[in-house]
Design a protein around this ligand. Structure first.
Ligand code: UD1
Ligand code: BG6
Length: 371
């Protein structure tokens, strides 16, 4: 049921304040005056000790689910101190990459049925790793075959392009990072800030959704383009990949997410006054590096669309002209949840304006159950 919406993708984008609320329900504990704020993931509580002892955490997934894990990687590394590596399921299998008994492997899948991810799970089980699932589908193959896990509880997702599952996956993995990282005195302030940030996330997402018309106007401007680049780094490297994936899969426009730190190692050659480029430059530890990326793109007359934190328009437009998307700021590790929303809206509107099928893009399936 699409309710008041024209398409499932549109409905699922706009329902994110609610889906995120359901994802967190019963799992965040605010704590009384003297009690610490904590996270409770029922599906993991008996396995946390084993996870904390593991030598490595390996995230495994495909498509949007892989991108969600990439978004959560920095905070998991920070809070757990355990090395976190990333695997695209098919590539892990192609390489028969090493997986050890001392590893915790985390399988991220909205459907819980993706063939490559499921095959990678069988492979990790054979190799004796602890296997954790992060799925949206209770009773799915991945939920059943993993040793333990967390349901993201985002509600059924119908649109082939994943939107609300992405943001809920990131939130679950941020909660996973809080659950694995011990609550040492030194990390308490950071943990509290993240938990407060999680509580206010639904209202911040509601706020960023107000950019709908602005994104429609931007889509109108980009309707006839051949290509769109998206630059991001740090917490928002994943946002660049996921934003580009949305544009590619539904609007059928070539789009590439680029790690801004790699700009000079190739992508800069593409920059001219015609190619539109989205640069994600919200406030975090990488902000000044992104400011210098913007300057260098400006020096090559790049056609920039800069996403920045509210109030930062002047700081990101120095030395050039560009379009600005201002988004509400949240705790840095949660910012990918906010930043993807305008790009989801952009991909949605581009698709509708270009006259393509939003909910069932050409050649794609919601759940890829064959290799
Ligand atoms: C569970 C209940 C929820 C109830 C809550 C109250 C289910 C599905 N969930 O939620 O209805 O309100 O307790 O305490 O009955 N699992 C995997 N692999 C996965 C995902 C999950 O093995 O990929 C396992 C978990 O380890 C856990 C079970 O499935 O044993 C349920 O997981 P989850 O729904 O996340 O647990 P709770 O949030 O505690
Ligand atoms: C398909 C979908 O390619 O599978 C994508 O079209 C999705 O939206 C990918 O990200 C992985 O699916 P899942 O269910 O394992 O998260």
């Amino acid at each position: 049921n699409k309710g008041k919406y024209e398409h499932y993708m549109q409905k699922e984008i706009h329902e994110q304040p609610e889906s995120l609320t359901t994802t967190m329900r019963g799992r965040l504990i605010r704590g009384g005056s003297c009690k610490a704020k904590t996270v409770l993931l029922g599906g993991l509580k008996d396995h946390l000790k084993t996870i904390r002892r593991s030598r490595r955490i390996v995230f495994i997934g495909c498509g949007t689910s892989y991108n969600a894990a990439l978004a959560a990687r920095p905070i998991l590394e920070e809070l757990s101190g355990i090395p976190v590596t990333m695997e695209i399921a098919s590539d892990l299998l192609d390489r028969q990459g090493p997986i050890y008994r001392e590893d915790t492997t985390v399988f991220v899948s909205q459907s819980g049925e993706t063939a490559d991810t499921l095959n990678a799970l069988e492979y990790a089980l054979e190799n004796g790793a602890l296997c954790v699932g992060i799925t949206n589908t209770v009773g799915s193959a991945i939920a059943r075959h993993t040793h333990c896990g967390v349901h993201i509880n985002a509600g059924a997702e119908i649109g082939v392009a994943s939107t609300k599952a992405y943001t809920s996956q990131i939130v679950v993995m941020a909660m996973l990072a809080l659950a694995i990282g011990g609550d040492t005195i030194s990390s308490q302030a950071r943990r509290d800030a993240i938990i407060d940030g999680l509580f206010e996330l639904p209202s911040k997402v509601r706020e960023v959704l107000k950019l709908d018309q602005e994104m429609k106007d931007l889509a109108q401007l980009l309707i006839a383009e051949q290509s769109l680049l998206v630059f991001g780094r740090g917490y928002n490297y994943a946002t660049a990949l996921e934003g580009a994936l949305k544009v590619k899969e539904v609007a059928l426009m070539h789009s590439e997410g680029i790690l801004a730190g790699e700009m000079k190692h190739g992508p800069l050659a593409l920059v001219d006054e015609n190619l539109p480029i989205v640069v994600i430059a919200t406030r975090d530890a990488c902000f000044s590096k992104q400011q210098s990326v913007i300057q260098q793109l400006n020096a090559r007359k790049g056609r920039l669309i800069v996403m920045c934190s509210k109030g930062d328009a002047a700081s990101v437009t120095v030395g050039g002209s560009c379009r600005v998307i201002e988004v509400p700021q949240v705790e840095d590790c949660l910012q990918p949840v906010i930043n993807i929303v305008p790009l989801q809206l952009l991909a949605y509107h581009l698709t509708v304006l270009r006259g393509y099928n939003v909910d069932q893009p050409r050649n794609l399936a919601k759940s890829v159950t064959t290799e």
